[in-house]
Every structure is written in structure tokens, then in C-alpha cells.
Design a protein around this ligand. Structure first.
Ligand code: SF4
Length: 380
């Protein structure tokens, strides 16, 4: 299957009347410049002329409030890209916007201009959290907008933030489940990043806003990945895009170039812990019995391209496993952990066992003990 991609344009909502706690639109309003419709048309032309895979590429107007910008500006963008849609062109248009900015009338316009996917910045499904972060809309707005978007035949995307001011672990889980209940085709998970010049920055500096820990965030993101996969909803983004400018503007929060991989490798770690809990007794007996003529290893197998996720970022999973009481004094000295990729496993599968190499009069025999295959996305 060919990889889907976006030809993305960031359309800032300059002069936005809202004041969401995490948004630095006002602080950067002098520096942020909306691209001209002609520039966007030129980029589309260049993309197709250079052999870009139009049929698997959508034009994406991001920035969070596409339908809330002045009407003429929105129409100018939509008109500018019309020559590049359809046969031999790009596959459609994707926009992101606020849940309270998609009345039926706007959706009709979007349809007319070939918009295929509408993403809503839901952020939270707790009215209390939405209010504490000055979002200016309610969870009911998200529900109603989602229903209209689906009814009009658009692909529905929902964006959720994690770790907003005032949000509790229970509200994070509820938000995820409420989003799932709206049956989006795609979701994006954005753990909060605190930008200079925002209300969150002030609250953070004064100690009123305390971020959850990275551990909590990664556990949540890993759980969300599993839930969304289970529900057949594609998680198309986890964490903000890498952007040098953003790195300069942020003062704290969850920003990492490989945030999704960090969360995914946590799922692999959880599977390893499951195995350890199940086979602790066997492992102890195995590693403490003084196998004079045997060599043994702890084997972790993954699909092609997934060994790094099992090992964890900079070998973190391996290190954390070795720190476990069960493995201390054994793993590094006698029992070696091997992580390898094998052809018979699919992405997300993890096979684990202890392998013993027994030398006898008839040569060497390999014995596998405690062999298990896990679907890491189903580990809770
Ligand atoms: S995030 Fe909030 S404040 Fe920022 S542009 Fe969007 S609606 Fe306006």
C-alpha cells in the first residue's frame, strides 16, 4: 500500500478572537505570515511537475482554524488549489478547524470545493478543562460538529491534547473514549507543549500549572495507541511536528522528535514485563541452577524494522529490564538478552523465550523455554 502524505500549508489565524491557554498566536502574530494563495498554487504545481504522487497526496490547510479565518481568505485558498485536484492531480483537501466553526453552511462550501477530510481540534471532552483553558467551545460542540461532518461524507479527524491545565488522568481517559465514540477515521494526539507568551507559560512559571511526568504521558500515549488500533482508528500523529522555531518558543512540555516511537516502545516494554511476570519462576530456576555445560539467552524477536522499538530509545527498555530485580546479577553476567528481527512476525508482534544451548555427547541442542507471542497493541 502506498504511503499517504500531505502537501501541508500552515494558515495562521491572525487576529483570532479566542485566547486558548496553550496558543501563542498573539505572541507570534508579527512573525507568522499566511502564505498567499498564489504561493500555494505554485507549490502544488511544482509538486506535481516534480513527479509527486498526487493520487496519494492531499493538500492540507493546517493551523487549527481554517474555517474561522475571514471568508474571502478561505475561499481564495480553496479556489487557488482547484486546478490541481482530480484526474492526474492531488487526491483531495484536508483542513483542520475549531469545533464551533463548522456550521452546515460552511460544510457545504467545503464540499463544493473538494475538501475530503475535516479535522476538529477537540483538545478535551471535559467542559471543565475546556473552560479552564479558555477554548471557547464545549464538548457538545465537538459532538455536534463530528456528527455533521460524518453526515456530509467527509473523513472525520479528531485532535486531542494531553496534559492540559486542570486535566486529571480520569478526564484524559474519558476524552479519549469520548473521541473514539464519535467514530473518527483518524486521530492526532498532542501532549501539551508550553510556549513562551501563552497563558500556560504564566501559570507554569507561577507554579499553578504542573505538567504530568513524561512517564505518565508515555503510559497514556501507549494506552491510546492500543485503544485506537483496537477500534480501527488511525493515529496519524503523536506529538508536535519537529520545527526549529518551535524549539525556540517552547519553555517546557512534551516535545521530542521521536515521541511516537517512545510511546510505541513502551508497549513493547509492557509486553516484556508480562512475559517476565509469567515466567519469573522458570527464569529464576533456569538462571540459578548453575548450568555447567549450558549457555542460555533471553530472546526477544520482532517483525522487520521493529527491533529498535523493542530495545527502546537509546536502549532504554533493555536498561530498564536489566534493572528489574529478577534480572539483576543475571542478565549482564550470565544470561544475554538478544533482540532480533525475524520474518514470520507482523508489526506489533513480539516473541519471547529463554533459549538454552545444551552440549551433550551428540552435539549441541537448542531448547526454547517459555515461548510466547504478544500483540503489543493489546497489552493493557
Ligand atoms: S488555538 Fe485558539 S487562540 Fe489559537 S488560533 Fe486557534 S482558536 Fe485562536
Amino acid at each position: 500500500m502506498k504511503r499517504h502524505c500531505n502537501l501541508a500549508f500552515f494558515i495562521p489565524h491572525l487576529g483570532c478572537p479566542n485566547q486558548c491557554s496553550f496558543c501563542d498566536q498573539r505572541a507570534i502574530s508579527g512573525a507568522a505570515k499566511a502564505p498567499a494563495p498564489e504561493e500555494i498554487a505554485e507549490s502544488c504545481r511544482e509538486y506535481l511537475a516534480s513527479g509527486g504522487d498526487g493520487q496519494n497526496t492531499e493538500i492540507a490547510f493546517f493551523g487549527g482554524s481554517f474555517t474561522a479565518i475571514p471568508r474571502e481568505q478561505m475561499l481564495a485558498y480553496l479556489k487557488a488549489v482547484q486546478p490541481f485536484l482530480g484526474e492526474g492531480g492531488l487526491s483531495g483537501i484536508r483542513i483542520s478547524t475549531r469545533p464551533d466553526a463548522v456550521p452546515e453552511e460552511i460544510l457545504c462550501i467545503l464540499k463544493e470545493y473538494g475538501v475530503t477530510a475535516v479535522e476538529l481540534g477537540a483538545q478535551s471532552m471535559s467542559d471543565r478543562v475546556l473552560e479552564m483553558n479558555q477554548r471557547g467551545h464545549t464538548a457538545q460542540d465537538v459532538r455536534e460538529a463530528a456528527v455533521c461532518i460524518r453526515r456530509q461524507g467527509f473523513s472525520l479527524g479528531l485532535q486531542m491534547m494531553y496534559g492540559l491545565y486542570g486535566s486529571t488522568p480520569e478526564e484524559e481517559r474519558r476524552t479519549l473514549e469520548d473521541c473514539i465514540a464519535l467514530r473518527p477515521d483518524t486521530m492526532r494526539l498532542y501532549p501539551t507543549v508550553i510556549l513562551e507568551g501563552t497563558c500556560l507559560a504564566e501559570r507554569y512559571r507561577s507554579g499553578r500549572y504542573v505538567l504530568p511526568s513524561w512517564e505518565e504521558m508515555l503510559d497514556f500515549a501507549a494506552m491510546a495507541m492500543g485503544r485506537l488500533r483496537e477500534e480501527g482508528i488511525r493515529l496519524i500523529r503523536c506529538g508536535l511536528h519537529v520545527e526549529q522555531d518551535l524549539e525556540k518558543r517552547m519553555i517546557a512540555g512534551f516535545y521530542h522528535p521521536a515521541l511516537r516511537e517512545l510511546a510505541e516502545s513502551r508497549l513493547y516494554f509492557k509486553a516484556m514485563i508480562c512475559w517476565m511476570e509469567k515466567y519469573a519462576a522458570e527464569y529464576r530456576a533456569f538462571s540459578q541452577n548453575g548450568h555447567g555445560h549450558t549457555r542460555y539467552s533471553f530472546i526477544v524477536e520482532t517483525a522487520k524494522g521493529c527491533a529498535g522499538k523493542a530495545a527502546g530509545h537509546k536502549g532504554e527498555n533493555r536498561r530498564r529490564l536489566c534493572e528489574r530485580e529478577l534480572f539483576q546479577n543475571h542478565l549482564s553476567a550470565e544470561c544475554r538478552m538478544k533482540i532480533r528481527e525475524v520474518p514470520d512476525l507482523a508489526e506489533g508482534q513480539l516473541r519471547m523465550y529463554m533459549q538454552q544451548l545444551v552440549s551433550g555427547p551428540d552435539g549441541r541442542t537448542i531448547i526454547r523455554i517459555g515461548e510466547e507471542v504478544y500483540d503489543v497493541f493489546k497489552i493493557t
